[in-house]
Design a protein around this ligand. Structure first.
Ligand SMILES: [Mg+2]
Length: 166
């Protein structure tokens, strides 16, 4: 069950203490795209996301996107944000994580995502530091994602993850 538990939980990516991550030795942030950075219907990075990326980089941490969504969607967003990306990643499988984290030590890598079954399980399998955030917008989610959400609610209740913290 340890695989399902994130190291941290926050409402949004902006609630994450980036300074603390850097000070604890983190150097690479692999983030999910859909419903973590923006909703499905937002095609391009918002000013807030651009600020977030700059904060990471100014501190000395690299930001990259790893998404199970298709090349077309992920590429458009990542190119505009000017970050490396990996699409159709099939999280929680390890391939995409391994490729993106080349050159980094396991304890230097952070995963941020809104889904336990893909982002958090995938990150935990790799031994990364995992951060769960709230879903931005449930609209337009694929059927597969909605099934995952159902299982997720059971897991969240089991751990009372969202009840534990503010
Ligand atoms: Mg997501």
């Amino acid at each position: 069950m340890r695989l399902f538990k994130p190291n941290e939980y926050h409402k949004t990516i902006y609630d994450i203490d980036l300074v603390k991550l850097y000070e604890s030795g983190k150097r690479l942030i692999l983030t999910d795209l859909d419903n973590t950075l923006v909703g499905y219907d937002i095609l391009l990075p918002t000013n807030e996301i651009i600020d977030f990326k700059e904060k990471c980089e100014n501190l000395g941490m690299k930001l990259m996107i790893i998404s199970n969504n298709k090349e077309k969607r992920v590429q458009l967003f990542a190119k505009e944000l000017d970050v490396p990306y990996y699409s159709s990643a099939m999280k929680p499988f390890k391939r995409g994580f391994k490729k993106m984290s080349l050159g980094y030590k396991t304890d230097e890598v952070v995963i941020i995502g809104d889904q336990i079954l893909t982002d958090i399980v995938g990150g935990n399998r790799m031994g990364y530091y995992t951060i769960l955030v709230d879903v931005i917008n449930y609209n337009n989610e694929q059927f597969k994602t909605r099934i995952n959400r159902f299982i997720e609610r059971i897991i969240l209740n089991l751990f009372s993850i969202k009840g534990e913290k503010k």
